[in-house]
Design a protein. Structure first.
Length: 188
């Protein structure tokens, strides 16, 4: 069984990125699962808090990622870049720095995103690249999964209703799962 941890970078329960992640999880091919994780309980990073110990929500998510075969980051685009709350979560997950190789090192990682605007999260996904490099992940650059005009492809209940986008997402998920399978045993 291939296990992917998926994280949406928005706190809003009705976000298009949560909807995209749920749709991706539903499309996981046989023999694979996408486990949806939340960053909602992760506090703002504070070195004083870190000195007292890693918060439980951070420690739990770190362990889930470390045990997974891959990591799917589903990113909104705020002001042409990464949402602060998502970057904050990654900053916590990379603490202490000595844990970076265990949690992220060589971990197959993919980016996807949805936005109501026309940009398809291109700027946000590009802004992730130096972070992924710093974490030492094995980034997957298969078919790009960025949705523009998200209000037209998801219904009011957050279901993906655009068949063209559904097929793109299905291909994206299958490709990423195959990539993660090809790297099993190389994380670390």
């Amino acid at each position: 069984m291939t296990t992917i941890v998926g994280i949406a970078g928005s706190l809003r329960r009705g976000s298009f990125n949560h909807a995209l992640l749920r749709a991706a999880a539903e499309m996981a091919p046989a023999g694979a699962t996408i486990e949806i994780a939340s960053i909602r309980e992760i506090p703002l990073y504070d070195g004083d808090v870190e000195a007292l110990g890693i918060p439980p929500a951070v420690a739990q998510l770190k362990e889930r990622i470390a045990r997974a075969d891959g990591l799917l980051l589903v990113t909104p685009e705020y002001n042409g870049s990464i949402p602060g709350v998502f970057k904050n979560a990654i900053d916590w997950l990379s603490r202490p720095a000595s844990d970076i190789p265990r949690v992220f090192g060589g971990r197959p990682t993919a980016l996807a995103g949805a936005t109501p605007g026309p940009n398809r999260t291109s700027s946000s996904q590009a802004a992730w690249l130096p972070i992924l490099r710093a974490l030492g992940v094995r980034a997957w650059f298969g078919p790009r999964m960025g949705i523009g005009g998200a209000g037209k492809v998801f219904d009011h209940d957050g279901r993906l209703v655009d068949e063209t986008v559904r097929e793109q997402l299905r291909a994206f998920v299958a490709g990423f799962v195959a990539f993660a399978d090809s790297g099993k045993g190389s994380q670390g």
